[in-house]
Ligand binder design. Structure first.
Ligand SMILES: Nc1nc2c(ncn2[C@@H]2O[C@H](COP(=O)(O)OP(=O)(O)OP(=O)(O)O)[C@@H](O)[C@H]2O)c(=O)[nH]1
Ligand SMILES: [Mg+2]
Length: 291
């Protein structure tokens, strides 16, 4: 038998490139929340894929951005930590985005470790010349590989896994092979609620919101969950609650159904909306809310 391989695989790229969708496709599980809006992911999320010969420890990260407030500074720190602590770097790019901008960004963020360059969302490409893009990437980056991918449709996922395996070091598994992530269930519950906020609210509100779990109690016949949705202004609270509570009801109903699937139990979910002015720039609130 050949030796077991195991290593850390960082997933980085611009906001909305499809990093979280890719993580989910690699794992075959919905672990990370996704949305059509930029900056959906705020925390590093570890996803672990183990088989008889290898373990890949993926780290999904927030999209690379220019930090304008403290919460975004924390997001950038997470990206920088992942990029250092990685055996193979997956750089994800929306194939319709500017190639030059993406290459510049990768040159800034890459380390000595091998890079796999992923041209994602090829399912919605028109006449763009992928081979031409590939030649330019190879010329300027010298990646281990350039992979055409549709994370949404799972196209080329197996090819990508093979490519990653090739550059994993020989090492025993880092995590118990039964584990899917290093985050507790509570984290995913908060994220599933936050996903609905990104789905149903527009403009600045998703970016001014966070979700904080207050109670998670497993009872005999169900799990009781109480969470706060935190916003920065009274007007945002009104919109979050909606007319006659319609918006918060919609968020709660959909989130509850996702949580029930995830924890395989009936859920009683209670949501409260709270105003915390400037929580995104306040060290104490950021700490309390897990940033
Ligand atoms: N057509 C198509 N859409 C995709 C593909 N991959 C991702 N998307 C969509 O692109 C949007 C962004 O996907 P995410 O996975 O949330 O992107 P992300 O890079 O994690 O974004 P941030 O967390 O904001 O940095 C979502 O609406 C996805 O459904 C793909 O291969 N094809
Ligand atoms: Mg994401």
């Amino acid at each position: 038998m050949s030796e077991y391989k195991s290593g850390f695989v960082g997933i980085i790229g611009k906001p909305n490139a499809g990093k979280s969708t890719l993580l989910n496709a690699l794992l075959g599980e919905k672990l990370a929340i996704t949305s059509p809006k930029v900056q959906t992911t705020r925390h590093k999320i570890i996803g672990i894929l183990s088989d008889d010969t290898s373990q890949m420890v993926f780290a999904d990260t927030p999209g690379i951005l220019e930090a304008k407030y403290k919460m975004q500074e924390r997001m950038l720190e997470e990206i920088k930590a992942v990029r250092k602590d990685t055996d193979v770097l997956l750089f994800v790019m929306d194939a319709k985005d500017s190639l030059n901008e993406n290459i510049e960004l990768l040159l800034e963020y890459r380390t000595q470790k091998p890079v796999i360059f992923i041209l994602n969302k090829i399912d919605k490409l028109g006449s763009e010349d992928l081979d031409e893009m590939k030649r330019e990437i190879e010329g300027r980056i010298k990646p281990q590989a350039v992979i055409y991918m549709s994370a949404l449709e799972g196209l080329n996922i197996e090819g990508l896994k093979e490519e990653i395996k090739m550059s994993l070091p020989v090492h025993p598994p880092y995590y118990d092979t039964e584990n899917l992530s290093d985050r507790p269930v509570r984290f995913f519950v908060e994220e599933m609620i936050r996903e609905k906020i990104f789905k149903y609210l527009d403009k600045e509100i998703p970016y001014h919101s966070t979700v904080h779990l207050r109670d998670y109690t497993k009872k005999k016949t169900l799990t009781k969950i109480v969470a706060d949705i935190v916003v920065t202004r009274e007007t945002q609270k009104h919109i979050m609650v909606g007319k006659g509570g319609s918006m918060i009801h919609k968020i709660s109903t959909e989130a509850r159904s996702d949580i029930e699937d995830f924890i395989q139990d009936k859920v009683f979910l209670e949501l409260f909306v709270k105003v915390r002015k400037d929580w995104r720039d306040n060290d104490l609130f950021l700490k309390e809310y897990g940033y």
